[in-house]
Design a protein around this ligand. Sequence first.
Ligand SMILES: N[C@@H](CCC(=O)N[C@@H](CS)C(=O)NCC(=O)O)C(=O)O
Length: 361
Amino acid sequence: MSKKFASEDGSFKRQVSSFRETISSTHPIYKPEKGRYWLYVSLACPWAHRTLITRVLKGLTSVIGISVVHWHMDEKGWRFLPYNESNKTDGKESYKPSAGLKCEKDLCVSADVDNHSIKYGIDGTIDHNYHFQRISELYFKSEPEYAARFTVPVLWDLKTQTIVNNESSEIIRIFNSGVFNEVADSHPDIDLVPKELESQIDEINSWVYDSINNGVYKTGFAEKQDIYEKEVLNVFKHLDKVEGILKKRYETLKSTHSSEEEIVKKLYLLGDQLTEADLRLYPTIVRFDPVYVQHFKTNLNTIRSGYPYIHLWLRNLYWNYEAFQETTNFNHIKWHYTRSHTKINPLSITPLGPSPNILPL
Ligand SMILES: N[C@@H](CCC(=O)N[C@@H](CS)C(=O)NCC(=O)O)C(=O)O
């Protein structure tokens, strides 16, 4: 990773997002409408991953289309697959997460995949709306003077041709708010931020963000030994805290339920329902063993061998919810980190393990 991600003291600083509008029936510009908004994502990016999960959970897959960038990020940022007549699609096609792999028993190897591979639906998609080559072109179309980083996710308005919002924590609140209920595929009764839990969700989110979601990045991009050590210890201190919360939840459930299966299906951070707190933790935990342990050197332990309750919670979400499993693409996750951050991994060799990427429930 180039120097630009680190500040003078060798620590990693994440930039503040620039587009912060919302969508609502009372908003002067951005009103809820089917087919009006589009989500630009990377399947590797944990922040974009939150928005993909929420889009599925809230029944918005036919309301808000998506385009997926190539998993490899180069010095100019994220790019789409090049458009041509043969890959012209409407963005509604299914995306095959395991394509591009040759698997024997549990072990899968990347088949003919390199940084320049352009297999449609495997490496990414075209930009369905403008056939742009880069995410940066969207930023300039929306704001010709834009001078910050070209990040995903981007929530785009096809009507005004502008970015509505590029901050994932706000995009998921927009999706959850119910503004699209009238036009949603189904009417999911799931509310990820119920009023009575909102302050607890915000409290968990704030330390999970700082010490876990962003904590792994601060560890991996640290450019000095003492900063790395401080950050990695902080990540594990907070994983211990999550483990404690889930252990307590598990024990409470055990006193009222006899079946292990029922307990696992109710194992969440807050009460016995899925909330935004779970959803925001998941993208980091699902990437932890496959990538962060070796690539970001968060290797004091693994989730699978050191955190039995987090491990159970993770596998419940992955194996019992389509929204989590279908949006988790281990290929993009592994290929992106190991082949884009050439300062961390100069030879761009992607480790094969762990195998499997996630264990059965
Ligand atoms: N605050 C943003 C952060 C998004 C973010 O940092 N995305 C990364 C990928 S995981 C990105 O696009 N980075 C491109 C770059 O920094 O050039 C959010 O949560 O939406």
